[in-house]
Design a protein around this ligand. Structure first.
Ligand SMILES: Cc1cc2nc3c(=O)[nH]c(=O)nc-3n(C[C@H](O)[C@H](O)[C@H](O)COP(=O)(O)OP(=O)(O)OC[C@H]3O[C@@H](n4cnc5c(N)ncnc54)[C@H](O)[C@@H]3O)c2cc1C
Length: 273
């Protein structure tokens, strides 16, 4: 099925975009990491969100998600790896699945952390961002998993279950990937292991990895006042577009992005009549 709007990220910006696109009659799919992995989940008190003082981050996020669910948005838990437009449709890869949509709202928050030495160089030659997609290529072979998200442990278990010999590094600070034509080893926080593949499972990826050709401004996604990016049918909202990195700003931008996506679809429909 093709959705009208696919939202990447189930935080305040993405959920607000989902509610407001759905309110304009559009079908909406929200794809996100598990809610408990949202950075705000750990906040003990959010005191500056209008009308709802002193809620924990977890309470606020749960309320936002319930609202979006009851409004009619569809949810899929998963990590978006990349997206590409073909014809008039966006094709979005989530692990080994692909979802189609006419527009996308990028609301993935801030991707923290730089790439490791060797990561870019060996991408596709022993560096992977998806265990379920590429794991089978490394059965019976040594692999390393660098995990920050809670779900990384499950992906490591999956690799073990298909016969990989897994070294798991939890939340490593420094890593270096080495090899010749393909990956041979990785050193993380001073410990070196042999690995034919290094699975790097960060909760968030840089926006330009998800959307090649996306214009950035000072490390954030460049948008206009309609939250439109330079790519057709791609809108962005929330922390990924810059500061202030706050819930109210994210929810407000999500509203604009959701409405803009709906308007974009209506305009395309009129043009094709
Ligand atoms: C500890 C803490 C306390 C805070 N306290 C406050 C406060 O008191 N008041 C305030 O206003 N703000 C506070 N903030 C900031 C606030 O959390 C952010 O500004 C807000 O959550 C941004 O919303 P967002 O929707 O843009 O991004 P996020 O809330 O970061 O949501 C993005 C979501 O997208 C998911 N995601 C990212 N990449 C992918 C991908 N490739 N595929 C699938 N899913 C993906 C992420 O896992 C995340 O769930 C706090 C933040 C933290 C960390």
């Amino acid at each position: 099925m093709s959705y009208d709007v696919l939202v990447i990220g189930g935080g305040p910006a993405g959920l607000s975009a989902a509610i407001n696109a759905h309110a304009r009659g559009k079908s909406v799919l929200v794809v996100s990491n598990p809610l408990e992995e949202n950075p705000l989940w750990r906040s003990e008190k959010v005191d500056n969100y209008l009308g709802l003082p002193a809620m924990t981050g977890a309470e606020l996020l749960t309320a936002f998600q319930k609202h979006a669910e009851s409004a009619g948005a569809t949810f899929k838990v998963g990590r978006v790896l990349n997206a590409a437009m073909m014809g008039n449709e966006w094709y979005v890869s989530i692990g080994s699945d692909v979802e189609e949509a006419r527009t996308v709202v990028l609301a993935a928050g801030v991707a923290r952390g730089n790439k490791f030495p060797g990561e870019e160089e060996f991408l596709g030659r022993g560096v992977s961002y998806c265990a379920t997609c590429d794991g089978m290529l490394y059965r019976e072979r040594p692999v390393a998993v660098l995990g920050w998200a809670d779900s990384a442990r499950q992906e490591a278990d999956f690799l073990t279950s298909i016969g990989c010999q897994v070294s798991f590094f939890e939340k490593p600070k420094t890593c270096e990937i080495k090899g010749d034509k393909t990956v041979e080893s990785v050193t993380c926080d001073g410990k070196t292991v042999q690995a034919d593949c290094v699975f790097i499972l960060r909760p968030a990826m840089p926006p330009t990895d998800l959307f090649p050709g996306l214009s950035m401004d000072g490390g954030f996604v460049a948008v206009n006042r309609q939250m439109a990016t330079n790519l057709p049918g791609l809108f962005a909202a929330g922390d990924c577009t810059g500061g202030p990195l706050q819930v109210s700003k994210a929810a407000g931008e999500g509203l604009i992005a959701g409405q803009s996506a709906a308007r974009w679809i209506d305009k395309k429909q009129r043009e094709n009549q």
